[in-house]
Write a protein of this length. Structure first.
Length: 142
């Protein structure tokens, strides 16, 4: 139990879900947003959860999608973030490593995200991110 205040990992607002112990909430650690860094909760930037909190009625349906591959442009840089699958995460827990393999459709997804900038893609970085699945964003264009 952490009392209210700046050290509380839930931040200032929490939306309770129909699953025990899982929440959508703010955080005092924005670095972990969008990462598999919690015990299952969905974290939001404090200002974002404070903005939506009053507008979300009790009973609102929530769908959670497990998406191990994230691709986004930030300015002129294309970033790729790849997480292990649940099977690979389980392998790490039991064996200390996982069998590396590229995510399904990774190349197609990167190509679609790159759009007209396909010629700037760094295929070595894409392959490395896909195989290692480190769980943090890496720039994959030059």
């Amino acid at each position: 139990m952490v009392p209210p205040g700046p050290e509380n990992p839930l931040g200032t607002r929490a939306l309770y879900l129909g699953w025990p112990a899982y929440l959508i909430h703010g955080t005092n650690n924005p670095y972990g947003i969008g990462r598999r860094a919690s015990a299952g909760c969905i974290r939001m930037y404090p200002e974002d959860v404070e903005e939506i909190y009053p507008d979300v009625p009790i009973g609102t349906a929530v769908k959670v999608k497990d998406e191990p591959v994230k691709i986004a442009w930030v300015g002129d840089a294309l970033y790729l973030e790849v997480h292990p699958t649940q099977t690979q995460a389980d392998q790490v827990e039991t064996q200390g490593y996982f069998e590396p393999r590229l995510p399904e459709n990774l190349i197609d997804r990167v190509m679609r995200a790159a759009g007209t900038e396909k010629g700037r893609l760094n295929w070595q970085a894409i392959d490395k991110a896909g195989m290692e699945r480190r769980g943090y964003p890496v720039q994959v264009n030059v």
